[in-house]
Ligand binder design. Sequence first.
Ligand SMILES: *Cc1c(COP(=O)(O)O)cnc(C)c1O
Length: 415
Amino acid sequence: MMLNKFGISSTVVETVLDAEKSLEPRFKRLSFVRENNSLKILKAMQENMLSDQHFHWYTGYAYDDPGRAVLEKIYADVFGAEDALVRPQIASGTHALSLMLFGILRPGDRFVCISGTPYDTLLGIISGSEGSLSDYDIHYDEVPLKDGTFDREKIKEALEKPTKMVYIQRSQGYAFRPTVSIDALESIIEYVRTISPEVIVAVDNCYGEFTELKEPTEVGADISAGSLIKNPGGGLAPSGGYLVGRRDLIEKVSYKLTCPGLGKEIGGMFGFTRNLLQGLFYAPTVVENAVKSALLTAKVFEMEGYEVYPSSESERSDIIQAILLKDPKKVIAYCEAVQASSPVDSFVTPVPWAMPGYQDEVIMAAGTFIQGASIELSADAPMREPFVVYVQGSLLYEQGKLSVMKALEKIRAIG
Ligand SMILES: *Cc1c(COP(=O)(O)O)cnc(C)c1O
């Protein structure tokens, strides 16, 4: 057996195989989701008559690039949206979300995040940095989640003041809270519309794509955005971000991406069109591998007596798995195991360091083909109480499974 060559002890292998066996019904459901999403993407590619000519690319202004146009049409169709922007110039998920906010909101407008405090990198966009939304007289409020779900009463109160946009973050990100499922999203959007029919509903879809049968724009969101080096890039997109949504909103955002008047008519693809399309084609399979890895991680560490979040029983709507290890040595050991299970830089030892912008030291493990790609297996943890490690991604389930075995081996040795 190949596993012998990785030096995993037979007791560890047994535990992980037991966990895997008990997850079979969950895995079956995941392959159903994968199959549906794969066919949805295949259909969009066929209906838009994707062809070899689309893989060539234009230089300079790149006016009328047919590849770029078909890529954006396919994204719009897959996400059930009127229009899309899918560009390598969008440098990250944060950049895509920033474009969404700056593109749509105007001075004097107010927007409200109803899913609690947004992801860390959004905070500087909202206020406190040079050029934040607050510098442009754009106002912000937030409604915390209540027991992990939307607080309808407080949302109603918040929407009594004039509000241009309601912002919802789907993934838990790095907060210990449940992810917003598509069903929960659909129901809260309906509720928001009964209070304020005109309000724009914008969704941070990072880490959520293809984990369920539908996307936010198919259940009432007006616009949503994410990163191509997470789920929808399928591990093949070298860079980029996307936005999908109402045509008028995508147009506004496009004027922010390039400039008023030009919008989405320009912008080279630098030869990435094929990678972005091929990555999208693979994305449901890659997401399935990542979610299976997360479930196995949850199950194995639950069986070992650790608290994990989400539990192996919960439905998944993103690819993040948190494990409460309660011990800095175990956090480091976990990250070492992830690093040592990687195809790239497997020989490197991750160490905690004082990363700019963080209060505590942070340890990160990632041996990825694309720098920072969190659809590839990676782990990170702030070195502080209560000592939680966050694990996400895995292009291959086999790699995720190996990392769980290696981590278990190391953590059992600590005791
Ligand atoms: C990753 C992430 C972002 C930001 O994406 P980057 O590509 O890292 O800038 C925003 N929101 C959520 C929920 C995320 O998971």
